[in-house]
Design a protein. Structure first.
Ligand code: SAM
Length: 246
């Protein structure tokens, strides 16, 4: 999988690709990337990339010409182009899975009040928002998209662990504990120390369902719950996360 990120802050974006799991995926040849400085495509002496909006109003707009030249330089018309914007469709695990089917993704990081709309008309395949809030620029949003997608590439993460994560099957993940057994008077749930893997799996599944009911009931409609799980939720009035499995 290849990611190309168009940005006004190349150092910031580069540092992400050189860090942690992504750095290892790049080293292993599972992912490749390039970071393109939009400013390199500005033609005037001051390398201007922004201009005032037609019609007046607050702020500036990222100009079409340098952005179009940057997009042309990476052959964007043959690639899947994503623009991260608060006005986009909400990015979620389902969209991450769909994007992971693409092999060559170009991401445009917006800035100022956003980018000239004609770039969206001419180049962009998908507009994505990382949440219902406004960030100062698109780097964090684009890298959130990259991060959620690249870890789905085969070989990056142990396949089994992906199947148990939050948002897989529209459920949130169960709670985790590690040593020590008692921390500040709080003990690890007995069941996790029992060595009984069937009981541990059942407890984790129950925690996962109850946690989702408590925190994200909106997800449950899409979750594949058994009849007994649904009945239990109704009996409990939604959730009972206090159950430690003792
Ligand atoms: N004026 C824009 C609006 O109201 O929709 C907000 C512009 S924001 C200050 C600058 C850039 O940050 C955007 O062009 C976009 O690339 C990025 N951005 C901000 N919030 C975002 C979000 N929730 N999701 C994705 N990108 C976001």
């Amino acid at each position: 999988m290849r990611f190309t990120v168009l940005t006004l802050f190349p150092d910031f974006v580069e540092s992400y690709f050189r860090t942690s799991v992504m750095a290892k995926a790049v080293e292993r040849g599972l992912v490749s990337y390039s970071v393109v400085n939009i400013r390199d495509f500005a033609v005037d002496r001051h390398r201007t990339c922004d201009d005032a909006p037609y019609g007046g109003g607050y702020g500036m707009v990222l100009k079409a010409e340098p952005l179009a030249a940057a997009l042309d330089s990476v052959g964007a018309s043959d690639k899947h182009v994503v623009y991260t914007t608060p006005a986009g469709a909400l990015f979620d695990q389902e969209r991450a899975l769909a994007l992971a089917e693409q092999s060559d993704i170009v991401l445009i990081c917006g800035r100022y009040e956003g980018i000239d709309e004609r770039i969206i008309d001419l180049y962009v395949d998908e507009q994505l928002s990382v949440g219902d809030y406004v960030l100062s620029s698109g780097e964090l949003a684009s890298l959130a998209v990259v991060d959620a997608v690249f870890r789905l590439v085969e070989g990056v993460i142990t396949a089994g662990s992906l199947n148990e994560e939050s948002h897989c099957d529209s459920l949130l993940e169960y709670p985790h504990y590690t040593r020590p057994e008692v921390f500040r008077g709080r003990a690890v749930p007995e069941v996790l120390l029992s060595g009984n893997h069937a009981a541990i799996d059942a407890w984790r599944r129950r925690m996962s369902v109850e946690r989702t009911a408590a925190r994200r009931p909106d997800l449950l409609a899409r979750a594949a719950l058994s009849d007994s799980e649904r009945e239990r939720l109704i009996e409990n009035g939604g959730h009972d996360e206090s159950d430690t499995g003792d």
